[in-house]
Every structure is written in structure tokens, then in C-alpha cells.
Design a protein. Structure first.
Lengths: 433, 875
């Protein structure tokens, strides 16, 4: 029976005042850092490689391997990405506000491991409380000697700078984030050659890690990489926070062992999602944030694993799972998602800037009752101009992956629910209104 | 050649193995191999950004073929590239359709229609019908982003060429993107406008009609325009341009991408100065003064009057009673004809293109002059009294690029901080020190790491500017000579403000010189003119003084702005009033023609054909697009007419005749002919070396940087004609062996340096004026000053700056004046009008630096051998 077994990152969820330093110290806080400092940075990297933790930001790349790819240089930077801004994604938000010390400790461990003497935590500007709490946690870390010169008496010195974002979703894209951090407009850089591990912040090799990834580090260092790897299955090791939303009885955050649980368990288990509200039936599931293609009710026995979802033609992404019941208008759902990307396109490259806007306008027209049957072919072709072949994993004509995020829901919506689109067109309006 | 494998590589383009230059972007490599990849945001003179996505092609990588922007990736050995697959075509068509989605399609009224890459590429690749039925994006249109430029944001395709030009090329990010998604727009920074000397370039590089100039907007259709290649007359850099006209009216100037000179950029003075040709103040016919009135007369009457007075003056008072000033804005052909008349038939040597505040002709004629490319490739460039952006603006862009790229260290010795100071390794402010002495302190060995081996080949270039118009020719030249003695292998680049001062000096328009830098006393049998001057004549400054003392009978003012370089208005006015006959050969009525007795109408820019010689000694063609206004004539024609009235025949029927004679009498022009010039895209640098010159007929112009020059037809692979190799010497009548003898090759410090240093400084300090603080006055050149190109051009005339007085905070507190207050500059009994004070760290203590926008009424200001000390008082 699936349940929330051992907590790794959400361990302090039920502790009152978990954001305060003494609560943190009394619950094992900074033990991971002390242990890390007692060994060589290479040993810390080895533990993280051993753990095989996959990046929690969405792309799911092995964090240890990313670290090992960092170009040798005298100056290296660590940047922690806390610009979580996608609809229905709220795991980092919770960690930032409720366990800021764990985030700071993880940041220090990561910086020690990669040999950075300066780290930046880039938080979404709208996280007012989170910014306050992370800054307090940084201040506290300086106070207790966990930051600054000669951390805990070691040779390692580090400064951490907290940087609030200025309100753009695109700055969650790591290279746009670096541009923004440098004080420029948040335009993503072109890869190659601008892989942050090679040419990153201020042109120096830089590691960009997600908040949840970093928050796992104190536990991994304390318990060892193999303890982490013992959880989960296949390439998807350890536990992971799933942000469940949609028309379920118990939406919220669930830290679950990866692969051991299925979408069905998460949504329907009484201990977890508790099933759909009002006994409705399931229509579709968004398995990993709104840029992921939807999966159908007959696919929900898929385990919550990185490769498993990828094989089924979608992605686990940021771990944001949205269950949609039969009261959901799928045209409206796809339109809303396309509207989000239209508003958040940075405008740098043509297919994303113009494509997102055109697609949104056609979707709005169909939902509003002014659709034409040929609009469905038009939409698929507009998607094809951003993602040639409209395939998964997507090829792209754009600079960054915001572009390929646009067609996912629209194309899969048309493929899975063509009849519903046609009903909108034939009836001249939304049947769910 | 360098090792082939170092410089080139081969890659696979659409199944064929082709070679490319290592480090080139794929888009350029493919183009050189004959495959044009469509593009909008790529510009060969700026860093690629890969934004528009039009140049997507398939490149094979570890995960098979993927779409990559060809502008952004460098070509690599054995790279496999596919540019013509279905996938590529679909992606490019998709991008094009997206670009058109929000584009207003107001092509019928758009200035760009007919020369628009978006239109051309739609024609070539796009669908006939639009699938876009939604409401298009709307913006208020057009908005003004500067005094010159309008922005239509609906037409903008967000390629970022203009914003990148501003930040990357000029270094002034005054425009940037605002907003996001499909509401992204180019906008000036809040509260500011796009004010730079280079603003017009963004119009030229805009791939659509989003950026237009207020003067050209709705004036012409591109397909109605005729064009000819020409050389800009705005300053002495000689930027290569095309002049476009419609119905005997010039409509616009565009920069040509000349690798040797201007890299396609122009300054706004150059780009819009041609408007002066259409000024209502143009002189349409000869005028002579009768009593207090100016009356229009025929050529015959005017010429007769000139000839009569001239003959009488020469008979009664001799050759020293006649003088010629100006000439820096005339063509080489004009100057030569005038010199042949003056020095060859009338024996008049008092001809000077400079006004005593320039440089000694020996530095130019006998020294080793660097090319612009040598300057920007040299390890160290020393800017001496040079404010490059104000004097020769496009060289500022090139030097700034070189300095930022780390190729060149810039050292400045100037009176005030300049716009290059920010990228200079060191700036030495002259302050109230003696100029020569402050240059003595310049230690290049320690300052810029100059070590001996660098003196060979690409070493040091001294750029000799004329930023301070109060600095005398002898002071400036002695200082440079002193430096040349210390660094004998260094080259110099003189900076002049007029388009052909260099050419005029080459052709003998300096006292004591004949064409080709031949000194008067050493005149050889090469110059077979009947009546060469008996003795050395007066310099420009001496001519004015002589006239002011009523010793001059006839004064010729040649061409526009003949006296604009001269700071002392009182001396100019006295000189003009006291000459018996002032003949102004000019295109417009102006402050100087007010004093003339005869005004002869001169053809203006665009109305004559000929050549200019720029500051590096590069001869380039000046094209004619218009018929001269009224009965105006070209400069050389007027000289021939005057000669005819005197009973002489200069022997010139057309411009080619003049060149035949120049090439035969001038050693530095030997081997030159219009035929040689016609084969050289970038002009010909003097002296012509007797070496084989290889000319490639393939020129890669940016089709979007040079609209009108390259239309869609140019997108096809260039037709490769065999490269011609010709030997310059073989084209010369005299044969190439003789030619080689005439090319001076100097390694040791030449003789003229010692001669210059023998001349002692004549500067005397003015006695201290009681208790008052005396400041050394610098009058510094501004690009927009009272030259005819500026004040007669509707676009530019409003940009004339209010002169400001710059003083240091310390000086200001000693005088008791604050920033923004009005001050008076006083000298002797006279004082200037009120002038705004600017208290700034950009000048030293005890100096007063004033913008030179117009001449001044200050006592003895023009006495350049006297130190220019002034009092500054609160107005």
C-alpha cells in the first residue's frame, strides 16, 4: 500500500515554526554541512553521484553528473533556482517558506562540493514571505558561522546572495535567470555554447540547481548516497515531492518514494489524493506541469518515475500533477495553458513570440464559439512550426524550451479530445458553460 | 599565406564538400560557398544573436540532425549541414509566416516597400495567402525616438539590430526592448531619446520599414531611385557611400560596407548633410557687389572683373598681393586646376588649405602615414589632441571596437576627456602645461607596454588630431616630430575636418609646395609650368594678417567653409574688409560671402564628379547625381574659366585630363588613373606601391545593410568572375621601375623631423592680468559646428549645440562660479557673449574648455603664437 514513507525534504513539515533556526538545529540542522566539511569536496560529489538524485526542476538531469561536468576554472558560481512560477507548481514555494535553513544548508553543501566561493539564491519576486525567511536564514547562517569566512572553522569560505526575480516566468529558465542575475533583460541564451556549466554567470562555469534538489543535500550527505539510492527504483532514486491539484479531494504536497507509487495511487488512495470530488470520473491527467502532454485515464497505472513517464510520451517534469474530471472543458484547459505561455513568452525569438500569441488567439476563438473546423489543422501546423513533427520529446525551432511547452497541451488536446473541439465549433460555444 | 589548415577547413554543405574560413559563422561560410541562407537579425558587423530563427538549417550532431541557427554556430571541420531539406523549408516558412502574422502589410505606403527583405523573402518563399485571421497587434504609430528618427512598432519584427547597434557598436544603449511576448517593443530609455551621432545607421540596418528618417519618410519609392557610388564629404575619413536620387533631387545617402574604411557605418552629419545641396540659400549665378548691393550678373561680367583686378594686382603689387584660402572641401581635380592656375601661371604661392592651426605639410608629405586598418590593428594608438568622435566619427566606432576587443591600446593626450577615454588605457590631460612638454612626459614603454619589437610592423600609430582649434600648427607639429624622433618606426594618421584637406595638401595647396609634395625650391623638370612662384608664399594665418594690414589685393576663398576653421572672427572680418577684392567661390550665401566682392557659384555635393583623398591618403570617387544648380560650375571649370579670361589655357576638358597631368607631375600620384580607381572597390591608397594587387570580384555585402544596392536578385549565389591581378606599374606611362624609386621607404627618422625641431617655440605667455586668475583657453571641435553641411541641412541645423564652458570644480570655486551659471570669457578689452558653465572633472585645473561651434570675438584670439590666456567671469 502506498504511503508517505520516510520524509527527506519535507521532514519538518509538521514541526511548528519550522522556519526558525532553533527548531532547525534541534531537528538535525547543519549536521549535513558539518559532515560535508569533514571530508573532501570530491567525496561530497561522490556521495551525490552515488545517490543518483535527478534534478527536481523539470529536466531531470542527474545532479551529480551535472556537477562533474563543471568546467575547471578558478572562479565558479552556484546559483539556486527558486523562480517557481508555473501554474499548479508549488513545491519549492513550500520548501522556501517552511524550511529555509534546509535550503541554505543545502546551498552551502553544494557550493563546497563544486568549489564555489559565491552562491546566489534566485527567488521568485512574488514570494514575499519566502524572501524574508530565506534572508533571515542566510543571516542566521552567518551568525552561527555557517557562512562567511572559514565556515565552522574549516578552510572553506562562502557568501550567499539572495536575489528576488522581477516577475517573469522565463527567468526560471536557467540561462534567462543568469541574464537577469547579471542585471540584463531575461532573454534565454543559446545552447550551445551557453551551457551554464561551461559559460555561465558572468561568463564563468556555473551550476544551476533547483531548490528541491539542493534541499535534499543535507539528508544525502548525512545518510549517504547509497541510502538515498536504496529508495525509489531504476534511474529515479529517492523520494520526490509531488504537487497534486485539480478536482481531487485532498490536493497538496506529497513526498513519495519514486516509482513505488502510481498516478492512480496518488490520485485515488485515501491516504493521498483521496479520489475525485463528488464521485466524478477522471478525464485526463497532466503528469508533470502544464508544459507536459496530458495522459489518459487508461494510462494512470504508470509509476511515478522519470523514465516510465517519458516512455509513455510525456514527462514527470516538475512533479506537478493535475487531475481533471469530467466537468472540465478540455478546450478551455488547453486555451488557459496557451494563454499562460503567450503572456510569459519573453519575445526574443519569433516562433515562440508569434506562435504563442497566434495559437492563443485561435484557442480563444474556438472556446468562444467562433472556431472553424480548419482551425484544428491550422493549430496543429502552428504547433509544428514550433515543434517540428509535434513529437515527444520535442524538437524545437526556438531558443529555449518555453517554445516547445506551448504546443503540448494544445496538440494533445486536439488528439485526445478532437470531438470536444468539434462540438465547440459546431455548437458555436462551450458546452460546459 | 598562413598555413592552410590553420586558416581554413572543409565541411559538408548539402552533400558537397566545401571550404570555409575557420571561425566564420555557418551563415557566412555557406554564403561564400554559394548558398544563401535567409536571415533577418544577422548582421556581419555585429555579434550574432540567433533571435529571428529565419536561418535555421539542419546540422548533424550527436543526436542526429537538429535545427540550428546558421548565424550563431561556427562552421567546424567535417560539419554536415543541410539547408534545403523539407524540415528546413518548413521551419523557415513557419518563421516567415509568424513574422508576417502581426506585420501590418502596409507595404504600399511603406518606405521600405520595394527594398524590403521581409517582402523579398515572402515573395521568394512565402505562401500567397495569409492564414492569419485574428486581430493584429496595435501600437500608436509612428513615435519619435529622436530628432531624426521615427519608429513604427507595428512594422517591427524584433530582430534587435537597432538595439544591438546602439549598445554594441556605439556603446550607448539608449534604445532597448521593453515589454514581452508579442507586445515586446523597441523603446528609448524613459525620459531619453536616441541621441547619438550615429543614429541614422539604425534606419539603414532595419530589415523592415520600422525605422524611418523624418526627412526621407514618404519622399520616394525605392524603385524610382537612381544611385551612384560616392565618398562622404562630411569629414576627412572618406566613408564610402551610395548617393540616391530621384528626379534631379538627392533623396538619401547609404553607407557601403567598405572593409578598409567605414564598415557600412556613417555618422548623421555624413548621412544627412547632403540636404545642404538643396538649400534655398544656394548661389545660382555669379554675383558682384555694386555699391552696397549684390547683383546677379553673367559669368562673363564676373570673370572679367576678376581677371582685370587680378592682372592689375599682379602687375602693381606682385604675386604676394594675391592669395587663396580654403580648398579643403573641393575635389582633387578642382584643387589641381586651381594650383596649376595659381602656382603654374600666376606665380602665386600664397595658397593654404590650412589656417595655421593644422599640421605641418612635411609631416604628411614626407612622413609615414598609416591606413585606418593599420590604426585599428596596431598595438598602441596614441591620440594626440584628438577627439575622434567629434572629428572623424566613424573612426571612433572602429577604434572603440578595436580597444574593446583588446587588439589596440589607446592612449590619449588631450585637453579634455573624450568619448574614447572610457576605453583608453590612459588619458593624459594637457592641462595648463606646455603641449610639447606634456608629450615629453609620455612614456609609451611603461604606459602601454611598448617594447622594441613592436616597432617593427604593427607597432605604434600617432593619431594627430586637431581638437583644439587654438593649438598652432607649429606647436602641434613640433610635438609630433619630437615623438617621431623617439619612435622612428611609428606611423602617423593626421585628422582633418574637411573632406579633402589631405588631397589638397598632396596637390600643393600649402605654401612652399607644388603638387606631389615637391618643395618649391627643389622643383624638378617634372613640373613644366610656365611661371612657377619665385619665392615661398604666405601661410593661411599669414594671409589673413597680411589682408588685415591692407597688404593684400585679391583674396580667393575656395569652396564652402573656407574660413570655418578659424576661431578669430575679428581678424577674419578685418581681413575681408581690407582686401581690395574678395572672390568667394562658394555654393551658398553665408557669413563670409557677405564680405565678398564677387561670388562665383560652385556646384555642391552631388553635382560634381571627382575624387577625394582621405586622411590615410586613400583616393576614392565622388559621384555626380545632379545637374549643377542654375549656372553653377565645378571648381576646376571655374579655374579654367578664370585662366581663360587671363588668356591662358589650363588644357582641361574633362576630369580625366586633369588626372593625366597629376599622374605625370606628382610623384605620389604616379600610377594613378581613374581606370585604376574603377577597379578598386575601396579606393586607392597613396603612394601607390608597385606591387601586384589582387582584386576579388566577389564582395559579400550585407543585403540588409545596403538596401538598394542588393535586392533579392543578389540573394542568388554571386557570379564568380576570375580575380584580376594587375600590376599598377604597368598601367603607368613611365613604367614601373621608375615608380619604385619614387616610393619613399623610411626607417630612420627623416630629415624633416630635425628641421621641424630646429624651429623654436614662439609661444610667449601673456603677462598676468593683475589679481585675476588666467585660464588657458581651449576651443574644441564639435561635429555639429557652423559648417554649411550642418546649418543648411534641415535635419541637422536644429542639432547645433549651445556651446558650453567646461571648467574643473577647483577652478570653478576659485572663480566663484557654479555649474549651470552663465559666464563671460574675457581677453583684453573684449569679452564673449554669455556662455553656460559646466563644472566637470573631464578637464584639468586652470583651463577653460569651450565648444567650438562658431568663431569668437576675442582680442588676438587668432594670434596662435601667443598663448591663449583668458579671464572667466560670472555673467
Amino acid at each position: 500500500m502506498p504511503n508517505e514513507v520516510e520524509k527527506i525534504v519535507l521532514g519538518r513539515r509538521d514541526l511548528p515554526n519550522s522556519h526558525e533556526l532553533d527548531v532547525y538545529l534541534n531537528s538535525g540542522g547543519y549536521q549535513g554541512l558539518r559532515k560535508a566539511l569533514s571530508v573532501n569536496p570530491e567525496d561530497v560529489v561522490a556521495q551525490v553521484v552515488e545517490s543518483n538524485i535527478l534534478g527536481r526542476g523539470g529536466a531531470g538531469f542527474e545532479a551529480g553528473r551535472k556537477w562533474s561536468m563543471l568546467k575547471k576554472a578558478t572562479r565558479r558560481y552556484l546559483v539556486v533556482n527558486g523562480d517557481e512560477s508555473e501554474p499548479a507548481t508549488f513545491k519549492d514555494h513550500f520548501l522556501i517558506e517552511n524550511d529555509p535553513h534546509q535550503l541554505v544548508e543545502g546551498t552551502i553543501i553544494a557550493a563546497y562540493a563544486i568549489g564555489a566561493s559565491r552562491a546566489f539564491i534566485f527567488l521568485r519576486g512574488e514570494f514575499a514571505l519566502g524572501l524574508e525567511r530565506v534572508q533571515s536564514a542566510i543571516n542566521a547562517a552567518y551568525r552561527i558561522g555557517a557562512l562567511g569566512r572559514n565556515i565552522f572553522g574549516s578552510d572553506f569560505s562562502l557568501d550567499v546572495v539572495l536575489h528576488p526575480g522581477a516577475g517573469a516566468y522565463i527567468c526560471g529558465e536557467e540561462t534567462a535567470l543568469l541574464e537577469s542575475l547579471e542585471g540584463k533583460r531575461g532573454f534565454p541564451r543559446i545552447k550551445p555554447p551557453y551551457f551554464p556549466a561551461v559559460i555561465g554567470l558572468y561568463g564563468e562555469p556555473t551550476i544551476v540547481n533547483n531548490v528541491e534538489t539542493v534541499s535534499n543535500l543535507p539528508w544525502i550527505v548525512t545518510h549517504g548516497g547509497s541510502a538515498f539510492k536504496a529508495l525509489g527504483g531504476g534511474r529515479s532514486t529517492g523520494t520526490r515531492i509531488f504537487a497534486l491539484s485539480g478536482q481531487v479531494r485532498n490536493p497538496g504536497l506529497y513526498e513519495l518514494e519514486m516509482v513505488k507509487t502510481s498516478f492512480r495511487d496518488l490520485i485515488f488512495s485515501q491516504e493521498l489524493g483521496g479520489g475525485l470530488r463528488d464521485g466524478r470520473s477522471l478525464k485526463a491527467v497532466i503528469p508533470g506541469g502544464v508544459s507536459a502532454p496530458w495522459i489518459a485515464p487508461d494510462q494512470i497505472d504508470l509509476p511515478l518515475g522519470q523514465d516510465e513517464v517519458a516512455h509513455a510520451g510525456s514527462m514527470l517534469g516538475s512533479g506537478s500533477i493535475i487531475a481533471m474530471d469530467d466537468t472540465t472543458c478540455m478546450v478551455r484547459a488547453a486555451w488557459r495553458i496557451s494563454r499562460f505561455f503567450m503572456r510569459e513568452s519573453c519575445g526574443q525569438c519569433t516562433p515562440c513570440r508569434e506562435g504563442s500569441s497566434w495559437i492563443e488567439k485561435v484557442m480563444a476563438r474556438i472556446e468562444g464559439g467562433a472556431g472553424r473546423e480548419e482551425d484544428l489543422d491550422l493549430l496543429m501546423d502552428l504547433c509544428d512550426n514550433i515543434v517540428p513533427g509535434v513529437s515527444w520529446p520535442p524538437a524545437q525551432t526556438t531558443i529555449c524550451v518555453l517554445g516547445p511547452s506551448i504546443p503540448s497541451s494544445v496538440a494533445v488536446g486536439i488528439r485526445m479530445f478532437r470531438d470536444e473541439f468539434l462540438t465547440h465549433i459546431k455548437e458555436g460555444g462551450c458546452p460546459f458553460d | 599565406m598562413t598555413d592552410e589548415s590553420e586558416a581554413s577547413l572543409s565541411f559538408v554543405l548539402d552533400g558537397k564538400t566545401v571550404t570555409a574560413h575557420r571561425g566564420d559563422p555557418l551563415i557566412k561560410a555557406a554564403e561564400e560557398a554559394g548558398t544563401f541562407i535567409p536571415r533577418f537579425c544577422y548582421h556581419p558587423r555585429m555579434k550574432p544573436v540567433g533571435m529571428c530563427r529565419m536561418c535555421l538549417v539542419e546540422v548533424k550532431g550527436p543526436r542526429g540532425f537538429t535545427l540550428q541557427p546558421a548565424c550563431f554556430i561556427q562552421v567546424a571541420p567535417d560539419m554536415e549541414v543541410v539547408t534545403a531539406s523539407e524540415v528546413v523549408k518548413k521551419a523557415q516558412d513557419g518563421v516567415l509566416e509568424y513574422l508576417l502574422a502581426n506585420h501590418p502589410l502596409d507595404c504600399p505606403v511603406c518606405d521600405k516597400g520595394g527594398e524590403c527583405p521581409l517582402q523579398d523573402q515572402t515573395l521568394a518563399h512565402g505562401p500567397g495567402e495569409s492564414r492569419y485571421v485574428e486581430e493584429k497587434r496595435h501600437f500608436a504609430k509612428p513615435i519619435s525616438i529622436s530628432d531624426i528618427i521615427l519608429l513604427d512598432r507595428e512594422r517591427c519584427i524584433q530582430c534587435g539590430r537597432c538595439t544591438r547597434f546602439a549598445s554594441e557598436v556605439v556603446g550607448k544603449p539608449l534604445i532597448d526592448f521593453a515589454g514581452r511576448g508579442d507586445h515586446i517593443e523597441v523603446a528609448p530609455a524613459p525620459g531619453s531619446s536616441f541621441d547619438t551621432y550615429f543614429s541614422g545607421n539604425i534606419i539603414q540596418i532595419c530589415p523592415v520599414g520600422a525605422l524611418t528618417s523624418k526627412s526621407y519618410r514618404f519622399r520616394a519609392r525605392p524603385w524610382d531611385l537612381e544611385q551612384s557610388e560616392s565618398t562622404c564629404a562630411g569629414c576627412a575619413l572618406g566613408c564610402r557611400v551610395v548617393v540616391q536620387s530621384s528626379q534631379n533631387e538627392m533623396t538619401r545617402l547609404l553607407g557601403i560596407d567598405s572593409d578598409a574604411v567605414n564598415h557600412s557605418w556613417l555618422c548623421d552629419k555624413g548621412r544627412f548633410g547632403f540636404e545642404a545641396t538643396a538649400s534655398p540659400n544656394r548661389v545660382r549665378a555669379p554675383h558682384i557687389r555694386k555699391g552696397n548691393n549684390f547683383v546677379e550678373v553673367g559669368w562673363f561680367e564676373a570673370l572679367t572683373k576678376v581677371a582685370k583686378t587680378l592682372t592689375a594686382a599682379l602687375e602693381n603689387a606682385g604675386a604676394n598681393a594675391v592669395a587663396v584660402l580654403g580648398g579643403g572641401t573641393l575635389t582633387n581635380e578642382d584643387v589641381f586646376a586651381w594650383m596649376k592656375l595659381m602656382k603654374g601661371y600666376l606665380g602665386v604661392d600664397s595658397c593654404d588649405v590650412q589656417m595655421g592651426n593644422g599640421v605641418d605639410p612635411r609631416l604628411i608629405l614626407q612622413g609615414s602615414v598609416a591606413t585606418i586598418n593599420e590604426v585599428v590593428d596596431s598595438r598602441t594608438v596614441v591620440l594626440i589632441d584628438a577627439d575622434i568622435e567629434e572629428e572623424v566619427p566613424v573612426l571612433f566606432l572602429r577604434l572603440r571596437e578595436a580597444a574593446l576587443a583588446g587588439r589596440t591600446r589607446v592612449v590619449e593626450v588631450v585637453d579634455h576627456l573624450t568619448s574614447l577615454s572610457a576605453v583608453a588605457s590612459q588619458t593624459l590631460l594637457v592641462g595648463d602645461l606646455d603641449f610639447e612638454k606634456s608629450l615629453e612626459t609620455l612614456n609609451l614603454e611603461s604606459l602601454a607596454g611598448v617594447t622594441e619589437p613592436e616597432f617593427v610592423g604593427q607597432g605604434v600609430v600617432f593619431v594627430v588630431g586637431q581638437s583644439n582649434v587654438l593649438r598652432s600648427q607649429s606647436e602641434r607639429s613640433r610635438a609630433v616630430a619630437r615623438l617621431l624622433r623617439r619612435y622612428p618606426k611609428a606611423k602617423i594618421l593626421p585628422v582633418f575636418s574637411k573632406s579633402n584637406t589631405m588631397g589638397a595638401m598632396h596637390l600643393g595647396m600649402s605654401p612652399g609646395f607644388l603638387p606631389g609634395g615637391v618643395e618649391l625650391d627643389s622643383a624638378t623638370s617634372q613640373i613644366q609650368w610656365p611661371n612657377l612662384p619665385k619665392s615661398r608664399g604666405m601661410s593661411g594665418h599669414e594671409i589673413l594678417q597680411s589682408a588685415a594690414q591692407q597688404d593684400l589685393e585679391v583674396l580667393f576663398l575656395l569652396g564652402p567653409d573656407a574660413l570655418s576653421e578659424y576661431p578669430d572672427r575679428r581678424l577674419v572680418e578685418r581681413a575681408l574688409e581690407r582686401s581690395s577684392l574678395v572672390v568667394a567661390v562658394d555654393s551658398t550665401f553665408n557669413e563670409v560671402t557677405e564680405f565678398a566682392d564677387v561670388v562665383l557659384p560652385l556646384a555642391a555635393f552631388g553635382e560634381y564628379i571627382g575624387t577625394f583623398t582621405n586622411i590615410e591618403g586613400r583616393i576614392s570617387p565622388v559621384g555626380q547625381k545632379l545637374v549643377p544648380l542654375g549656372v553653377a560650375q565645378k571648381g576646376w571649370e571655374i579655374a579654367s574659366e578664370i585662366a581663360g579670361s587671363l588668356g591662358y589655357d589650363l588644357g582641361f576638358e574633362k576630369e580625366e585630363d586633369i588626372w593625366t597631368e597629376i599622374a605625370s607631375v606628382s610623384p605620389i600620384h604616379r600610377g594613378f588613373s581613374p581606370k585604376v580607381l574603377s577597379k578598386e572597390f575601396d579606393g586607392v591608397v597613396l603612394p601607390i606601391k608597385a606591387v601586384k594587387v589582387e582584386i576579388s570580384n566577389i564582395r559579400l555585402l550585407d543585403p540588409m545593410a545596403t538596401p538598394g544596392i542588393a535586392s533579392v536578385a543578389r540573394h542568388a549565389p554571386p557570379v564568380e568572375e576570375p580575380s584580376t591581378i594587375y600590376e599598377v606599374g604597368s598601367l603607368s606611362k613611365d613604367g614601373s621601375e621608375q615608380l619604385e624609386q619614387n616610393v619613399p621607404l623610411q626607417i630612420e627618422a627623416p630629415k624633416f623631423i630635425d628641421e621641424l625641431l630646429l624651429e623654436t617655440s614662439s609661444i610667449e605667455a601673456v603677462a598676468s592680468d593683475g589679481e585675476d586668475l588666467l585660464l588657458r583657453l581651449s576651443l574644441i571641435r564639435r561635429l555639429y559646428a557652423k559648417s554649411q553641411m550642418v546649418i543648411e541641412s534641415p535635419t541637422l541645423s536644429g542639432l547645433l549645440p549651445e556651446p558650453r564652458l567646461r571648467i574643473s570644480p577647483h577652478t570653478a570655486s576659485r572663480i566663484g562660479i557654479s555649474h549651470g551659471e552663465l559666464a563671460l570669457i574675457a581677453r583684453g578689452e573684449m569679452q564673449s557673449g554669455p556662455i553656460m558653465t559646466w563644472v566637470t572633472d573631464s578637464v584639468s585645473d586652470n583651463v577653460a574648455v569651450v565648444d567650438f561651434v562658431d568663431s569668437f570675438d576675442l582680442e588676438e584670439l587668432g594670434q596662435l603664437e601667443v598663448e591663449n590666456l583668458v579671464k572667466v567671469v560670472k555673467a
